[in-house]
Design a binder for this molecule. Structure first.
Ligand code: SF4
Ligand code: MG
Length: 326
């Protein structure tokens, strides 16, 4: 079936003011050629360390930042060149949940008004129908009816994220972009919010792009997982393949830091040397070569392409890619 969201060759470069970094004008290559698609009812986890460009991908899909190049297709429609009004209209189909619901919820509006606002903006239903829909959404995300008259500061972090989810659901979207939606929550609350999102996915056939810095967070919810490093996807695979048979050395390193429940799966700890290099001047060849435990001389010269095998497991590594014979 047609993907809900398709991203092709997405690039986002930022110019840096002259003076910074001591050169005339530098480019931050935040996202450097990212492609993926998400099917109806599917969750793609998008994971990487801080600064890898994963949040920028989410923002570019939503056009909260303008892509430098590439194409974003929502339900078969190219939305890359839509103007602001066009994007606002598409918000009925594509919604967002942010990491910190507190900063994304208007502190002077009651919770009920926050959830009703999109219905008012889009002129959906009478005032009475809107209030009924708000009451149903509160119940669905596990908030009490009397909490509709509360203000965001009166909610716990987990309740605020439930409120953000209720607002995102109000317009009946087909896909929700979650920008680290549980990263600010306690572990036990993270699990509750993820389970809620999975229940809502089953009920409404929702798709999710779930951005996180921790593979452990996306394991439960994702059907497929993409791992980003310095602006590029280095591995993308169905969940089981990524967690049980990772191929890229960077994915192995990230996975070795994730606690696993089953002792048989305990992984050898891989510690990467050094820090993530600056996206202003990424290393030539394979961008991971400065930290890769198995790098060979070729890696410094030639960039490895992202090659997929027939199962859809794609890896960008000279030594580890298992491409299908063409
Ligand atoms: Fe490591 Fe080379 Fe593979 Fe890059 S291409 S991940 S440097 S082995
Ligand atoms: Mg981020």
């Amino acid at each position: 079936s047609q993907p809900v969201l398709a991203v092709e060759g997405l690039v986002k470069h930022y110019g840096i003011r002259p003076g910074l970094f001591g050169r005339a004008r530098a480019q931050v290559r935040a996202v450097d050629g990212v492609s993926f698609s998400i099917a109806p009812g599917e969750t793609l986890g998008l994971v990487g360390e801080s600064g890898c460009g994963k949040s920028t991908v989410g923002k570019a899909v939503l056009r909260l930042v303008e892509p430098t190049a590439g194409r974003v297709t929502l339900e078969g429609e190219d939305i890359t060149a839509l103007n602001r009004a066009g994007m606002i209209a598409r918000r009925r189909r594509m919604q967002v949940i942010f990491q910190d619901p507190y900063s994304s919820l208007n502190p002077r509006m009651t919770a009920g008004d926050i959830v009703q606002e999109p219905l008012i903006n889009f002129g959906i239903g009478s005032a009475g129908e809107q209030r009924e829909r708000v009451a149903a959404l509160f119940a669905r995300v596990g908030l009490r009816p009397d909490q509709r008259s509360n203000y965001p500061h009166e909610f716990s972090g987990g309740q605020r994220q439930r409120l953000g989810i209720a607002r995102a659901l109000a317009l009946g979207p087909s896909i929700i972009i979650g920008d680290e939606p549980v990263s600010a929550l306690d572990v036990s609350v993270q699990a509750q919010v993820i389970n809620l999102m999975m229940d809502l996915q089953d009920e409404f056939g929702l798709s999710y792009l779930f951005v996180a810095h921790d593979l452990g967070v996306v394991e439960h919810i994702s059907h497929r997982v993409a791992v980003m490093y310095l602006g590029k996807i280095v591995e993308i695979a169905p969940r089981a393949a990524l967690f049980e048979e990772p191929r890229h050395p960077y994915t192995e390193a990230l996975l070795s830091a994730v606690p696993v429940s089953h002792p048989r799966q305990r992984r050898k700890r891989v510690t990467l040397k050094g820090d993530v290099p600056s996206p202003v001047n990424p290393p030539p060849g394979c961008r991971f070569h400065t930290r890769c435990p198995i790098a060979v001389p070729l890696c410094r010269e030639v960039e490895p392409p992202l090659l997929a095998d027939p199962s859809g497991h794609a890896t960008a590594c000279h030594l580890r890619s298992q491409a299908s014979p063409a």
